[in-house]
Design a protein around this ligand. Sequence first.
Ligand code: P1T
Length: 379
Amino acid sequence: MGFATTAIHTGQEPDPTTGAVTVPIYQTSTYAQDGLGKHKGFEYARTQNPTRSALEKNLAALEGAKFGFAFASGMAAIDATLRLVKAGEHVVVSDNTYGGTFRLFTRVLTNYNIQFDFVDTSEVLNVEAVMKPNTRMVFLETPTNPVMIVTDLRAVSDIAHKAGARVVCDNTFMSPYLQRPIEFGVDIVVHSTTKYLNGHSDGIGGIVVLNDEADADWIGFIQNSAGAILSPFDSWLVMRGTKTLALRMEQHDKSGRAVAAFLEEHPKVRKVYYPGSAAHPQHALARRQQRGFGGMVSFDVGSLSAARVVLESVKLCTLAESLGGVETLISHPATMTHASVDAEKRDRLGITEGLVRISVGLEDTDDIIADLDQALERI
Ligand code: P1T
């Protein structure tokens, strides 16, 4: 089956009791049991919920994985994934990630004696250089949030596997329509479903998908033990989202390319970060590894005051955190999504006070560009 067919049908067979063509929202906390130890496979809704199971099947299929586990947020999904690592073990992480991921690793998980090394994973040799005998995981984001660094998934997977470490990829920026990390040797894919998978900015959620049975058993055990599950209604919203994922990503990609091309020509813009641009340092890799370049574009206007003018002058674009929804969102990474990264590191990565990030939505492309144009003119 093709991607769009899988998105619409897998996990979403008509309901066997009524024929309902959409999976019902099983809004229940528990299930009646026929007798002691006799039940229909459902005991308690933290452990099993048919709506959540349907979504988990759907998203696993879209990433080419066997198992899926849905969580209450992208961060909860990432936290559960890190439970595969034990105290005294070591994790290699992409230098630039979503600020919340950096915060979880450096402010929370280090308290449990998990060691982290942050390196520029776009240079494979950097990964090789920090691998240690106790390295158990390489955690990648590609392209990264917000400066769009691209990592070679195949090359890093080969290095990690030789050292006996798992590879995790946060695929939030691409969605499985534009990038399928498991095809390049990645072991575990995580998403904030809040973004493209839901696609409508109306729910927070996360997913972990993988093929290894022992690791899947542990993630399932954590999901039930720690309990950060996705609710039935939020599961349903993400399933409604994935039905149009292929179509939406095609348009995000088209408009993303157009917005990046517009910004590259604009005299007020100092630098554009977009893997689809020929000038991007990993453009060739992005072409090989991704089906498209997507709707995330960052650009530098040189100063906080110039960024403020743009962010406060847009009329169609909405100034807000988050991304991947139908509406164009514009944000200021240094003070919003990446405020928890220290200033020196932000500067080194290019997350300057002049950096602006756009999640190009599904409005008419010309309207988005016209709005950015009038805002840039005010600098
Ligand atoms: O917000 P939540 O659903 O918990 O997802 C966290 C997360 C994980 N991974 C990536 C790549 C992300 O971008 C995010 C969340 N990001 C934003 C809120 C943002 O505006 O970038």
